[in-house]
Design a protein around this ligand. Structure first.
Ligand code: F6R
Length: 663
């Protein structure tokens, strides 16, 4: 989703901002723009499409001398991808420039109030209210009351505090005096127009906004500063030597600095070349925060010889399992050591219910985790879509643990789900890939995936890492009290080799992908541990090949899905070694009897299946509990080859973004 990059320092600003925007391309976007101040004059350039188009247009400007720039890649939410809707947005006088990631939920109210005061809007975006609102406060002054009391905590309270919506004056010009007819917030205790600093106007504007934001703002009259703010959207400040950076995530700036400061909700920072001043607008206090050192492996974000990041990331499965188990599982002593959970081990002993919250692929990994934790540790687990969980009214006690799973660590719904349990005394755990991300920082304890940056929009290696970590957590929680403990621990350590075996023979999968790429619909079937795999397989196919696909528990076939089956509706059945295999084979027979084409994933050595089905992909034999790790690789490759056959943009499927940072 939208990406923000900013630079202020003693070097040329445009280059690092452009390279940062390119590094954020993986998040998904449809337009890009940049504002910079050159020789005290602000300039904004925007383009629809790729950052390269923006770069070409900048090249036409000749040499640009600018020490400050803010850039943005936009993933359209309010209004189509167009130059007018692209960021940065500005006020009418072209002195205030704003880039924004998130959604301003009350933008309609603010917009119509500002319009009544004479403000003109040129875009359909929610973001455009921000520069105009700052302009408004710069011109009209800021209520001392609002400044002193600070912004209220909840969205409801902040809705109450929206000064613009409480103004009842009938104004003909935005510059006329609100005077006594102003609403209760714009009351008598106002800081007078002309005496308001940009920072004060910026903070006053922020207090009006309801929703989520990461904002970078520049004021042409203060060409040595970038103002930033954050609420429920990711933002990081990079600290350099006589230069500082701003970005949606560290990948955008890590070639320049590994020193970072993460902003928290309701914090505002004033960034200059040599200083970062942070202010908490909720508590109305200055905040001192030391930088952190990034621990990043930049190499992994490079495509190398692979045609697509997705293929590269699928091929990283063996290392991914290794990285997720390294230092955690010991074959000689049969021990599991999860350092990230040590601090809460005592609390974990009293946990009698685990609620897993996640979205998309991470949710499906969570479903595998449910089977694993319940079978190994005997603790009841529920897996909930974070987007549903956050609005549900359900009871939970202090003996419930919430486990959030997220690759990016920035998914808005998952963050909201964690926030929801704040104040209930619920233990908040995380399985996160991105080190230092919001979810990693807001949970009480957790286990990192260590899968390295995932660039392709479709999540592949992250699923592998999440399931591996979930198996480790299940082992840990079982405290060795299950007969499966030792075999599963030993087998997990053998899985990298088994994953390699699949990756050495992908031809069969490629041939079958070509054969089946012409169908419009697909059914994925599985039972027990293979059921979440069927759901994930269907998601992977639809998101990158745009083929309608649905995942079902095989036992559900007669309860509805069987009606869809005919010669044009193929089924991808997962029929690996399991006590329930015979039942899945019966389902396959039923589909065949209705002329439905079937392809199957089976366990190597299974002779029976070939008699039934000719299109079979074999995986190496492993414990049923760990089959999802191998099955997922086959399903990912199948979707990948189908999308390649259809000549689609595999790494950046239409309409999707990598980090879903808005609801
Ligand atoms: C699918 C996919 C998405 C993500 C989902 C959650 O391939 O990538 O469904 O899994 O958006 O993202 P994270 O794991 O970053 O919270």
């Amino acid at each position: 989703m939208c990406g923000i990059v900013g630079y202020i320092g003693n070097k040329s600003a445009v280059k690092p901002v452009l390279s940062g925007l390119k590094a954020l391309e993986y998040r998904g976007y449809d337009s890009a723009g940049i504002s910079f101040i050159s020789k005290d004059k602000p300039l904004t350039i925007k383009q629809v499409g790729r950052v390269e188009a923006l770069e070409e247009e900048l090249a036409e400007q000749g040499t640009i001398t600018a020490n400050l720039a803010i850039g943005h890649t936009r993933w359209a939410t309010h209004g189509s991808p167009s130059i007018l809707n692209a960021h940065p947005h500005q006020n009418t006088d072209e002195t205030i420039f704003v880039v924004h990631n998130g959604i301003i939920e009350n933008y309609q109210v603010i917009r119509s109030r500002l319009q009544k005061f004479g403000y003109k809007f040129v875009s359909e975006t929610d973001t455009e209210v921000i520069p105009h609102l700052i302009d408004y406060y710069l011109i009209e002054g800021v209520s001392q009351e609002t400044q002193a009391s600070g912004v209220q905590g909840t969205d409801e309270e902040r809705k109450e505090a929206v000064p613009i919506s409480t103004v009842t004056a009938n104004r003909s010009s935005k510059r006329s005096n609100l005077g006594a007819s102003a609403g209760r917030v714009l009351g008598s205790a106002r800081k007078q127009a002309g005496t308001v600093s940009f920072l004060e106007a910026f903070e006053a504007a922020l207090k009006d906004l309801v929703g989520a934001y990461a904002i970078g703002a520049v004021y042409a009259k203060e060409p040595g500063k970038i103002y930033v703010a954050r609420l429920s959207s990711p933002l990081v400040i990079g600290v350099g030597v006589h230069e500082n950076f701003l970005a949606s995530d560290p990948t955008a700036i890590m070639e320049h600095t590994k020193k970072v400061i993460y902003l928290n909700d309701y914090e505002v920072a004033e960034i200059s070349a040599d200083d970062v001043k942070i202010h908490d607008i909720q508590k109305a206090i200055a905040v001192h925060r030391e930088h952190e050192e990034l621990d990043f492996d930049q190499e992994k974000a490079v495509l190398g010889d692979y045609p697509h990041f997705m293929l590269k990331e699928i091929f990283e499965a063996p290392q991914t399992i290794q990285s997720a188990t390294r230092g955690r599982l010991r074959a000689d002593t049969n021990t599991v050591k999860l350092g990230g959970l040590e601090s809460v081990d005592q609390q974990l002993k009293y946990i009698d219910r685990i609620v897993i919250v996640a979205c998309g692929t991470s949710y499906y990994a969570g479903l595998v985790g449910e089977y694993l934790i319940e079978e190994l540790a005997g603790i009841p687990v529920e897996v909930q879509l974070a987007s549903e969980f956050k609005y549900r009214n359900e009871p939970f006690s202090r003996s419930t643990a919430l486990l959030a799973i997220s690759q990016s660590g920035e998914t808005a719904d998952t963050i909201a789900a964690i926030k929801k349990v704040e104040g209930y005394g619920v233990l908040r755990l995380g399985i996160v890939n991105t080190v230092g991300s919001t979810i990693a920082r807001m949970t009480d304890a957790g286990v990192y995936c260590h899968a390295g940056p995932e660039q392709s929009v479709a999540s592949t290696k992250a699923f592998i890492a999440q399931v591996t970590v979930l198996a480790e957590i299940a082992l840990h929680l079982s405290q060795g009290r299950t007969r499966l403990y030792k075999p599963l621990l030993q087998e997990l350590l053998k899985l990298p080799e088994k994953a390699k075996e699949i990756l050495e023979h992908t031809e069969e999968i490629e041939i079958l992908a070509k054969k089946y790429s012409g169908y419009r619909d697909f059914l994925y079937l599985g039972r027990n541990y293979s059921y979440p795999c069927a759901l994930e397989g269907a998601l992977k196919l639809k998101e990158i090949s745009y083929i309608h696909a649905e995942g079902f528990a095989a036992g559900e076939m007669k309860h509805g899905p069987l009606a869809m089956i005919d010669q044009d509706f193929p089924t991808f059945a997962i029929a690996c070694k399991s006590p329930l295999l015979e039942k899945t084979l019966s389902n396959i027979e039923e589909i065949k009897a209705r002329k439905g084409p079937v392809l199957v994933i089976a366990t190597k050595g299974d002779k029976q299946i070939k008699k039934l089905i000719s299109d079979v992909i074999y995986i190496p034999d492993t414990l049923e509990q760990l089959q999802p790790l191998l099955i997922a690789i086959v399903l990912q490759l199948f979707s990948y080859y189908v999308a390649v056959e259809k000549n689609l943009n595999v790494d950046r499927p239409r309409n999707l973004a990598k980090s879903v940072t808005v609801e």
